[in-house]
Design a protein around this ligand. Sequence first.
Ligand SMILES: [Zn+2]
Length: 288
Amino acid sequence: MKKIFLILLLLFGISGCAKLNTDPSISSDEETPFVASEKQLVAHFLDVGQADANVIELPNGELMLIDAGLSGSSEEIIQYIQDLGYDEIDYVVATHPHADHIGGMAEVIDAFKIGNIYMPRAVSTSKTYENLLEVIQDKGLTIKTGKIGVKVLEEEELSIEMFAPVGDDYSNLNNYSIVLKITYGDVSFLYTGDAEEENLEEITGDIEADVLKVGHHGSDTSTSKDFLEKVQPEYAIISVGEGNSYGHPASSTIELLKEYTNHIYLTNENGTVVVSTDGVNIDVETER
Ligand SMILES: [Zn+2]
């Protein structure tokens, strides 16, 4: 009996060693640079005034929508998506239930075949929110909770992961904002909704990203130096309306962003911003 145990022990010992020996080759595989793909990821940051609407054409052929502007923007968003040639939205993300993010969402959801819907576990009593829930229910869809650790998609060269909300009990709806990172090959995008500084600083994971959708329309209550140190953005995009009453974007936020990048785009000045990538190179086109 003892002999058998000894043999088993040896076998496990040997297999353990063998596993260790293969590790260096695995890590060297990971360091192999991503080869630019023929397939593109195209991220559209729509000019919808003082609001957010982001359409992402994924390289696997699927479509993602993060927020859907104010109620008056729904037709424009629907048309934009149809013009791109889609009749289905595979992933709908409502970062948080404020009217400048979910205002047009009920009509957009009604107009397309919908795959998945992600929302944070935050409750609002607004009519806009109730309308949205009604449409979701009428279509027989169920809401998936958006929060830290949720992996929306995990393919070999394409992943989508949520980094916030970290907590589940906040007084301000902005604090529930879903923060989501899309990585395609070597290129990453970080979407922050209207997350406030304290939420962004709660994030502990790897949020380094080439393209940053700046939080809360460029408000000085969102983007901090600590946060930008973690993200190290090469491109910053702010979705903001001309002459808004909030004073967005804050000049201090623009100054802070300039310490990291000169590629700053604002939807009120540049119109809709379209960022394309093959997983290696990044190309930006603006409406104006
Ligand atoms: Zn907002």
